[in-house]
Design a protein around this ligand. Structure first.
Ligand code: CP
Length: 300
């Protein structure tokens, strides 16, 4: 199964490969590429957690490329009754040409990939959300030009999306500042990987410092799916809310990004997310385009 093109995480793929995938997605968006290269191919999507954007953008993208989809809701499948991810991988590999999984434990994704004979795509785990980041870097490049050296300030929870920003920063040469509460940080392994790969990522507990002169400020919900028990500890994120004063510290034409869904009044004010510097709708649209790049790279 070594030749199978899995899309599991940005740190597992070379920068050139990620650039190729982005270029395919951008070419579909611009109309330089068209046609139905995935005719006769089927993508199975397993959702163990809710989704709006991931589900719809993959379904529409697959159809636009000529392919078919099968959606498996966790509670409707034998996975929900205890069938192993390994047995599921072996069976689905006999029916479909690629499998997307949205799940809680990242290990389920890697186990699925290790036993699957067809490409596996990470549709979000507790570790990462790489499909989101392909759309995010596409949006950043469209809005701000060359990615190399662009300053991005992440403010809030060091979530799975933040971890994919770390991977993207290293692969695309971004200068990433992570502003988070003092009880959060990168692990030693993550820091070592950043250093080994010449990354420019630093952690601070001061949102204003992170935002100073940034090209982009980005955040995410303070309560990630599956972590609702932590809702009682939201106060520690309050200093990291993206509001007009924080945006004023960034470059005058800096953009605001959010992967959505958003909670206005928590991680971001309505004035920022609905304001002129917000690009969240373009970012959401780019899920479709970037993922057509991912699907084509995995399958065509
Ligand atoms: N950003 C994101 O993954 O959205 P969904 O949870 O709606 O798929």
């Amino acid at each position: 199964m070594g030749d199978v093109r899995h899309f599991l995480d940005l740190d597992r793929l070379e920068a050139d490969t990620l650039r190729d995938i982005l270029e395919i997605g951008a070419s579909y968006k611009a109309g330089r590429l068209n046609g139905r290269p995935l005719e006769g191919k089927t993508l199975a999507m397993i959702f163990e957690k809710p989704s709006t954007r991931t589900r719809v953008s993959f379904e529409v993208g697959m159809r636009q490329l000529g392919g078919e989809i099968v959606v498996l809701e966790h509670h409707d499948t034998q996975l929900g009754r205890g069938e192993t991810i390994g047995d599921t991988a072996r069976v689905l590999s006999r029916y479909v040409d690629a499998i997307l999984l949205r799940t809680d434990m990242h290990e389920k994704l890697t186990e699925l990939a290790s036993l699957s004979g067809v490409p596996v795509i990470n549709g979000l785990t507790d570790r990462s959300h790489p499909c989101q980041l392909m759309a995010d870097v596409m949006t950043l490049e469209e809005q701000r030009g060359s990615l190399d050296g662009q300053a991005v300030a992440w403010c809030g929870d060091l979530s799975n999306v933040a971890m994919s920003w770390v991977h993207a920063a290293v692969r695309f040469g971004l200068d990433l500042r992570l502003a988070c509460p003092p009880d959060q940080s990168l692990s030693n392994a993550e820091t070592a990987w950043i250093d080994e790969n010449g990354g420019r990522v630093r952690v601070t507990h001061d949102a204003a410092e992170a935002a100073e002169g940034a090209d982009c400020i980005v955040t995410d919900t303070w309560v990630s799916m599956g972590h609702e028990a932590e809702a009682a500890r939201l106060d520690r994120f309050t200093p990291f809310r993206v509001d007009e004063a924080l945006m004023a510290r960034a470059k005058p034409d800096a953009i605001f990004m959010h992967c959505l869904p958003a909670h206005r009044g928590q991680e971001v004010t309505a004035g920022v997310i609905d304001g002129p510097r917000s690009v969240v709708w373009d970012e959401a649209e780019n899920r479709l385009h970037a993922q057509k790049g991912i699907l084509t790279w995995c399958l065509a």
